[in-house]
Design a protein around this ligand. Sequence first.
Ligand SMILES: Cc1cc2nc3c(=O)[nH]c(=O)nc-3n(C[C@H](O)[C@H](O)[C@H](O)COP(=O)(O)OP(=O)(O)OC[C@H]3O[C@@H](n4cnc5c(N)ncnc54)[C@H](O)[C@@H]3O)c2cc1C
Length: 234
Amino acid sequence: MPSERTAVVVEKRPLTPEVRHVVLRLDEPETFSFQSGQIVQFVLDPKTLRLFSLASAPAALPLIELCVDITPGGRGSQFIERLRLGDRVQFRGPFGVFTVPPAETRPLEFVATGAGIAPIRGMLRGLFEAGNRFERPVALTFGNRRASDILYHDEWLALNAREPAFRYHATLSQPDAGWTGLHGRVTDALPSRKDEFQNRVFFLCGSPQMVDDTRKVLEEIGIPERDIHFEKFF
Ligand SMILES: Cc1cc2nc3c(=O)[nH]c(=O)nc-3n(C[C@H](O)[C@H](O)[C@H](O)COP(=O)(O)OP(=O)(O)OC[C@H]3O[C@@H](n4cnc5c(N)ncnc54)[C@H](O)[C@@H]3O)c2cc1C
């Protein structure tokens, strides 16, 4: 039986009507370490487990952050929706290999839709926070329906303005009037930048459909399979 950890809810706020940002304070932080992009498994009850990505970087410990879409409406969504400040939760982990390999030296392309931004936020925070000056090009292509669905939009705009190495490409499939960014899905946005993609490594996160479609588009434009890392949110 994997060892279970506990943490207390110290902040919870809606990012949109469907998505919650949750901050937890670990009870025994000295026993916990993780790599940006990894997941934890919440123990709702001894027989009900749900996976959530860490949306924060190790520098934030003893705090860890989650970004959870509650629209599926099942046990995991209800569990997150019922959490109140001061509640204690149980989880296992960290698990997973959706991380930037420490030896990776190439420019990085992150591609997310919806709450798939969660592990990528953890990775971007790991790269750009804690005094790191990241010199290699790093890009985020973030697909959503409407502008009001974009999670952490202000963070990405601020990072884009502050970090010369970082480029933010927001694309909307159902843009409102007045949207001046990209139109369409991430699979529409990526091919237009294919000339920049030589020797880049990709990190995709979103629904299984989004990940499969994006891998197909990237492979069609010549990105080797080994250079495409992905995480599917089931
Ligand atoms: C690697 C990974 C990382 C994820 N990270 C995030 C994240 O950061 N943010 C986010 O919003 N969502 C994330 N998800 C999705 C999340 O884990 C839930 O699937 C989602 O919240 C819906 O859960 P639900 O209980 O509300 O819905 P449900 O429809 O009840 O369950 C959805 C899925 O949970 C799994 N499941 C159902 N019953 C069981 C069970 N008894 N035991 C174990 N698993 C079961 C099944 O895969 C099912 O398809 C992630 C998923 C994966 C695989």
